[in-house]
Design a protein around this ligand. Structure first.
Ligand SMILES: Nc1ncnc2c1ncn2[C@@H]1O[C@H](COP(=O)(O)OP(=O)(O)OP(=O)(O)O)[C@@H](O)[C@H]1O
Length: 333
């Protein structure tokens, strides 16, 4: 459904310089600087997939999504989505995709969402019967029957986001791009939105999600692509991603005597919660849990313990840090 081959985007910008002298000189000379935002990305997304496209700030996510939505054209490489080249066959393509931006509204502030929906109906040329039936389905699924008739500015953020989703889905897009779709929402509103995304996905809609909210990723995504410095670092299912990073456990421990700053292979102290309470990360491939419990109990006396799998935040942190440390090591050598 989406096929990306060797995608590269290089921005050309004017170098400003750091010192006042450089800035003044560069105002006249205007030297150009290349910024490789994405480099040689290749991946495919089958129909009906729920893909999380992640990476730290500046990794190249927005650039890739802008190319996939047809807003930008690449410097090199190919993209085919729904059989079309997004930036070349944009008119045909936009009628088959949708987008929801958590930080940017597509509704109009002073008019009720239902009027904005009607405008989109005209823009996309949605037939009246299809429009009414889709609108009924979506308003029912999101429980926003009355809300869509109030002026947008009077809606809560949660209500507005539900309407943003209706706006994006009315023309029944086959691929929907989500950028931080639950940002700023409370837990209940987040769950409503996630439930909606899951139910649209079960009807065959493909979702590509970019977010810094890793709970969205855990609750929604089947597959994760992580990019860093414009290149793919990981492309795997969430389960495989966890196992690839070792069999790590997060342990919260209360002991009879304080645990000092120990250096044992396989153990990292992540937090000191109190004088007798700490949080640890244990790599059980290096230190089996049974041995850890026995030895810690002998030395410090375990009073209470909670064991959990490592949350996805730690996995991501590790991925981002690996890349950063690899970079700095390369720079030093
Ligand atoms: N129009 C532009 N001109 C020049 N450089 C740009 C432009 N847009 C993005 N960049 C640069 O390209 C790189 C990738 O940016 P991009 O916005 O794609 O990252 P991102 O992963 O979406 O980051 P974030 O999570 O912060 O939104 C960054 O170094 C950024 O400064």
């Amino acid at each position: 459904m989406i096929e990306v081959r060797n995608l590269t985007k290089t921005y050309m910008t004017h170098e400003r310089g750091h010192t006042l002298r450089e800035v003044t000189r560069n105002l006249i000379r205007r030297p150009m600087k290349e910024i490789k935002a994405v480099h040689d990305l290749s991946f495919t997304v089958p129909q009906g997939e729920m893909l999380a496209f992640l990476g730290p700030n500046g990794a190249g996510k927005s650039t890739t999504l802008k190319i996939l939505t047809g807003v930008l054209h690449p410097t090199a490489g190919e993209v085919r989505a729904l059989g079309l080249v997004p930036w070349k066959q944009r008119r045909q393509y936009v009628g088959r995709i949708g987008a929801v931006f958590g930080q940017k509204s597509q509704l109009l502030w002073d008019i009720p969402p239902v009027d904005a929906f009607y405008m989109n109906k005209a823009i996309y040329g949605v037939p009246e019967r299809q429009y009414q039936s889709t609108l009924n389905d979506l308003t029912e699924l999101l429980s926003v029957g009355d809300i869509i008739r109030k002026p947008t500015r009077q809606l809560s953020l949660g209500e507005r986001m539900k309407c943003e989703f209706i706006m994006a889905m009315l023309h029944r897009p086959e691929i929907v791009f989500l950028d931080e779709p639950t940002i700023g929402l409370d837990m209940i509103a987040k769950e409503n939105i996630r439930h909606f995304i899951r139910s649209m996905n079960s009807q065959g809609v493909t979702f590509i999600l970019t977010t810094h909210d890793l709970e969205d990723v855990e609750m929604l995504a089947e597959r994760v692509i992580v990019i860093n410095h414009g290149e793919i670092v990981v492309d795997d299912s969430l389960g495989v991603l966890r196992s690839r990073l070792g069999d790590k456990k997060s342990v919260r421990l209360t002991t009879e005597s304080p645990v000092p700053d120990i250096r044992i292979q396989g153990i990292t102290i992540t937090e000191r919660i109190g004088p007798l309470e700490i949080a640890l990360e244990i790599d059980t491939s290096l230190l089996p849990l049974k041995r850890f419990i026995r030895e810690f109990n002998e030395v410090y006396g375990i009073v209470d313990m909670a064991i959990d799998v490592i949350p996805i935040e730690s996995i991501m942190k590790e991925l981002y840090m690996d890349e950063a440390s690899a970079e700095s090591a390369a720079a030093k050598s």
